[in-house]
Write a protein of this length. Structure first.
Length: 96
């Protein structure tokens, strides 16, 4: 569980990132979860965009992504989700 200070730090780190995944009208699926897990292992911090044609609740989509990937939900702003998971091999982000 991240503290408020850690979330604030991660939000600042994620500000310049562009979303590398998109959740469309197909919703969240196993293939997407697997790819997000792999990306989190390499990058630790990623953004995911929820497209306008997705009919699911954006808060539920964010929770599903975080739970499926075993990651922390840092932020949901607009239709953009920020996820963080500490990497085992490529640890680059040092939390305060």
């Amino acid at each position: 569980m991240l503290t408020g200070k850690q979330k604030r730090f991660l939000r600042a780190e994620a500000h310049h990132l562009t979303p590398i995944f998109q959740v469309g009208k197909g919703g969240v699926n196993e293939n997407m979860i697997t790819q997000i897990k792999e990306a989190l292992e390499v990058r630790e911090l990623i953004k995911v965009a929820i497209l306008q044609n997705n009919n699911d609740d954006k808060h539920q989509v964010a929770e599903d992504l975080a739970a499926g990937a075993g990651a922390e939900l840092v932020q949901l702003i607009g239709h953009t989700v920020v996820l963080y998971k500490e990497s085992r091999e490529n640890k680059t982000i040092k939390l305060p």
